[in-house]
Design a protein around this ligand. Structure first.
Ligand SMILES: CC(C)(COP(=O)(O)OP(=O)(O)OC[C@H]1O[C@@H](n2cnc3c(N)ncnc32)[C@H](O)[C@@H]1OP(=O)(O)O)[C@@H](O)C(=O)NCCC(=O)NCCS
Length: 144
């Protein structure tokens, strides 16, 4: 049995500071990042549209955001019959919180101060100061 030196690995892990992009993240889209933004580890931001992240936004680990998607290649997207990929900006408005493992589709706006629960699939705009969870994400309430 192989015994891993977990303590050593953990000691080398750096919690991302405000303004940093966490370790193991993959940023492959045009991006605009505001002040006091916290982006944790394993972020994956991919696409041809722009991702705009407002001030004081928190993005938990393993969040995936697409700003374009090529479903047409696989015949999956009924709206892409002309074989054009969807390219659409994503906006994370100030003070919103994105829970761990959430996936946000192209063209979505997450409203100011909203909360997206962990592991949600967001394919609809999220209203300001609300809480959305689930797959697909739906509104469960207002933020206190
Ligand atoms: C969305 C969230 C903020 C709600 O927290 P809360 O207000 O304390 O709500 P509760 O835990 O009371 O849950 C309310 C209901 O939603 C469900 N629920 C909560 N979070 C959920 C989620 N992410 N996905 C699906 N259902 C969820 C609960 O099971 C509960 O269902 P019920 O009413 O049928 O019992 C929280 O669950 C969450 O996802 N936080 C993000 C955690 C995270 O990513 N942390 C990373 C930090 S770096």
């Amino acid at each position: 049995m192989k015994i891993y030196e977990t303590a050593k690995i953990i000691s080398e892990f750096k919690e991302p500071k405000e303004g940093d992009i966490g370790d193991f993240s993959f940023i492959a889209c045009p991006i605009e990042i505001g002040e006091k933004v916290h982006i944790s580890t394993h972020a994956s931001f991919v696409g041809k549209g722009k991702l705009k992240i407002g001030n004081n936004v928190t993005i938990s680990p393993h969040v995936t955001i697409y700003t374009s998607h090529p479903e047409w290649r696989y015949g999956l997207n009924k709206y892409c019959g002309d074989h054009n990929p969807v390219i659409a900006d994503v906006n994370l408005e100030p003070h919103c919180f994105i829970g761990a493992g959430a996936v946000i589709q192209a063209g979505i706006t997450i409203g100011r101060g909203a909360i997206v629960g962990a592991q949600s699939f967001v394919n609809t705009d999220v209203e300001p100061y609300t809480v959305y969870i689930g797959c697909p994400a739906t509104k469960i309430g207002e933020r206190k």
